[in-house]
Design a binder for this molecule. Structure first.
Ligand SMILES: [Zn+2]
Length: 131
């Protein structure tokens, strides 16, 4: 014999808001994970290496002088550095900062590999010559 118990939750307004907020954050996390998986799968298909970059404050940081301040975003879409006066579209500033961070991260990954490859390239060259 199988017994089934049905429970109906009756959250109050505060609990309902918290549940809704939790579900929204959960959905955002799932979307982000799916997006990451898609990007990794796509990159692997065409032999690209993804370089993860922390996007925090990239549209608040001046790409010219490095000054970071919330007030650098004077209006929607506009970036104006309060330290040096540099201005541009906020999306351009964010993309520039992400590209610079990726370039730095890439150097950290690529330089040891290039150094190791250079070490072995001499041996490979000698082996080829001796054959
Ligand atoms: Zn600046």
């Amino acid at each position: 014999m199988k017994l089934t118990l049905q429970i109906q939750l009756l959250p109050d307004k505060k609990q309902a808001d918290q549940l809704k907020s939790t579900m929204e954050r959960f959905n955002q996390a799932c979307s982000w994970l799916a997006e990451q998986a898609f990007e990794i799968k796509t990159a692997n298909k065409i032999s690209l290496q993804l370089i993860p970059v922390d996007p925090r404050n990239t549209s608040r940081t001046c790409p010219k002088c490095g000054h970071m301040e919330k007030g650098n975003r004077t209006a929607r879409g506009l970036f104006l550095c309060r330290a040096c006066g540099h201005f541009d579209h906020a999306d351009i500033v964010g993309a520039t900062n992400i590209a610079c961070a990726a370039k730095v991260a890439w150097r950290e990954v690529a330089e040891p590999r290039l150094t190791a490859a250079a070490k072995y390239s001499d041996k490979l060259h000698l082996q080829r010559v001796s054959v």
